[in-house]
Design a protein around this ligand. Structure first.
Ligand code: SF4
Length: 371
């Protein structure tokens, strides 16, 4: 049985845990919010110590056959696109390792021709000697198609549902394979079956009512904690940022509620990792870092070749999925603009000032060998 078969029921007949979580999302006075934040910090220190894992996204390709209304890479957008070749991917990674990163998230749009399973496998094999912790955030696959990627050395799978509200999902995903809500919803379980030892889920806040999204995300998490017991789970709460296509969030999540949501998730799910990306402004990231977050990105670029300028000779404009001949530009288009543009060293220094321990590497395949 998959989560998709019980998702609607899990929201109709909420568990005791979900009802407690829901109560923490009610509007609250400043004093109550401060108390929740203090509790969240204490729970985080108890379960994670002072550690903060650092990672960087590496965009392999911004080609995409889907039409997602909120995304800069949507097929509908006439943008500069490129897929990095293996040598170019390695050059980007060498830059990131020089910055200190040992935990990389490989990101790509959905395009079977450019971002195939064999291409991803070759990328992982090429990077594995440099990077002990590789995760992927790409189009959902069948379990059998994940197996070669896990064997090649990918240890993490990230897949956000974007919105858990079925009608909003249908409106936001106009064309392409991503229209299938249930197929995406069940992806983390397929990844667990394939052997990914870390699994990340999340919702994109701004598409629908934030409390609904939060409760549905919590329901998904509660289910996965029971079923995907061999994997470490993380959650992300990205808020919509400006991007090509200029989508306007219809249901913005304000900073105050965002803080409340993170703290509520932390005290409800004490052992689950919470990820905070460079989508958020520097001042807010500084505030949230000690409050419940366990994993942060730094110095991120959201376009292929963003770190070292790789792939610029192969750039091309696409209009409705068709390449316009001779249309190469200066740089690939980003998926969205980041807000906190501080580099890795600045974030490392910040964490040290806050009394936290930046963790660049917490995993090596040798651990399994030793076991
Ligand atoms: S959200 Fe993902 S699938 Fe949708 S257009 Fe962007 S890259 Fe493609």
């Amino acid at each position: 049985m998959r989560f998709s078969s019980q998702f609607d029921k899990s929201l109709r007949e909420k568990s005791h845990l979900l009802r407690s979580f829901e109560a923490l999302l009610d509007p609250m006075e400043n004093g109550a919010l401060e108390a929740l934040a203090a509790r969240s910090s204490a729970v985080t220190r108890r379960h994670f110590g002072k550690t903060m894992r650092l990672f960087a996204p590496l965009y392999l390709s911004n080609e995409c056959i889907n039409s997602c209304t909120y995304c800069g890479f949507s097929r509908e957008n006439a943008i500069q696109r490129v897929t990095l070749e293996l040598d170019q991917v390695e050059t980007e990674v060498r830059h990131l390792t020089a910055e200190g990163f040992r935990n990389i998230l490989l990101v790509a749009g959905e395009h079977p021709k450019f971002v195939s399973g064999p291409y991803l496998k070759m990328c992982i094999e090429r990077l594995r000697p440099h990077i002990p912790s590789l995760s992927i955030e790409v189009a959902p696959m069948e379990t059998i198609d994940y197996l070669p990627l896990v064997s090649a050395g990918a240890e993490g799978l990230v897949v956000y549902q974007e919105t858990y509200h079925r009608e909003t999902y249908a409106r936001a995903h106009v064309n392409g394979p991503k229209k299938d809500f249930d197929w995406r919803l069940d992806c983390p379980e397929r990844g667990h079956e394939a052997g990914f030892r870390r699994i990340g889920i999340g919702a994109l806040f701004g598409l629908w009512d934030w409390r609904f999204e939060a409760i549905a995300l919590a329901a998904h998490l509660e289910y996965l904690q029971k079923v995907c017991w061999k994997s470490q789970l993380t959650i992300s709460l990205p808020r919509l940022r400006p991007a090509a296509g200029e989508y306007e969030p219809q249901h913005p999540l304000a900073d105050r509620e965002f803080i409340q949501l993170i703290c509520a998730l932390r005290v409800t799910f004490p052992t689950v990792g919470i990820v905070l990306s460079t989508r958020e402004p520097a001042a807010l990231r500084d505030l949230l870092a000690p409050m419940g977050i366990t994993m942060m990105s730094a110095g991120s670029h959201t376009e292929p070749g963003g770190y070292t300028g790789q792939g610029r000779d192969a750039l091309h404009l696409t209009v409705k999925g068709k390449i316009v001949p001779g249309s190469g530009g200066a740089a690939a288009t980003e998926q969205f603009s980041i807000s906190d543009d501080r580099d890795a060293r600045s974030i490392e220094n910040l964490l040290t000032r806050l009394g936290l321990d930046p963790v660049w590497k917490d995993w090596d395949s040798g651990i399994l060998g030793a076991a």
